[in-house]
Design a protein around this ligand. Sequence first.
Ligand code: C2E
Ligand code: CA
Ligand code: CA
Ligand code: CA
Length: 279
Amino acid sequence: AKSRGPGRYKVYDPSYGELANQRSLLLYDLRHAISQRQLSLVYQPQFCTDAQAITGVEVLVRWHHPQRGLVPPDQFIPLAEQHGLICQITDFVMQTGIRELLEHQLLYKHIPRVSFNVSATDFNGSGSCDRFIKNLAELPGDWSVIELELTESAALINLEGVKRVIEVLHDKGVQVSLDDFGTGYSSLNTLRLLPIKEVKIDQSFVQDITNNSQDAKLVRTILAMAKALHLRVVAEGVETHAQATYLKREGCEEFQGYLYARPMPVKNLVTFIENLNQR
Ligand code: C2E
Ligand code: CA
Ligand code: CA
Ligand code: CA
């Protein structure tokens, strides 16, 4: 029998149908977003300990939908991953990011490293290595300015594909960072299997370090381990001086977060760097 009320069987949930419908509409729009020039990029600088110099920038995609307004990447990136649109987005982001930074004479000269977020499905198929190489082809210099930020789930879902492509790119100088570090379930194994140079402490840890002693200890342990393994550590989502102070005391040397700079379009980045250099 079909149960009613708070029973175990849900017969019909109107909110589910509604949600599925919204997602398929969003997906429909996303398919046209690139060709209709609705995607753009913002750049968030990362800083060394004294905040005087930029150590790198992370490229983040933005979708300005004509009716919906700004759609957050947390909403459309997973959708793109599920429906085979992520490669198109990654290619757009890498090519556009490199072009914008070169056009404004930022890359190499003022920005020693640019980081792109990549997904598991970016490493699917035999053509994926060539795709990355093609995306980097416009670079006039050393490929070690490029860093790919990989989440653990991406690394593990598609370990074989990831490993094959990463090893080729790594030989050409490209660096690899493990994103959202600490939130996955076998971070250490990922570190063993891939040529990882940097880990990014997830912002959920950083947020609580000043009022949760457990998180503070975890962060301390991550930093000690990274040091022993000669990994660079970037703390992400740093919002307060108290967080920054704790992280510095524990030996963290790179910082990213609203305390230092929000993600910004390339024009603002130019001004930001000019001001930084004048200080
Ligand atoms: P992520 O890679 O962990 O990126 C960091 C996110 O934290 C960004 O959100 C950034 O704007 C935000 N953030 C930076 N500093 C602070 C801070 O001090 N406080 C707080 N609360 N947040 C801060 P965003 O841009 O909304 O991106 C969300 C996620 O979407 C990213 O998380 C990344 O996983 C994904 N994403 C963004 N752009 C791309 C892309 O081009 N390709 C792929 N595959 N994923 C992307
Ligand atoms: Ca990232
Ligand atoms: Ca993160
Ligand atoms: Ca993330």
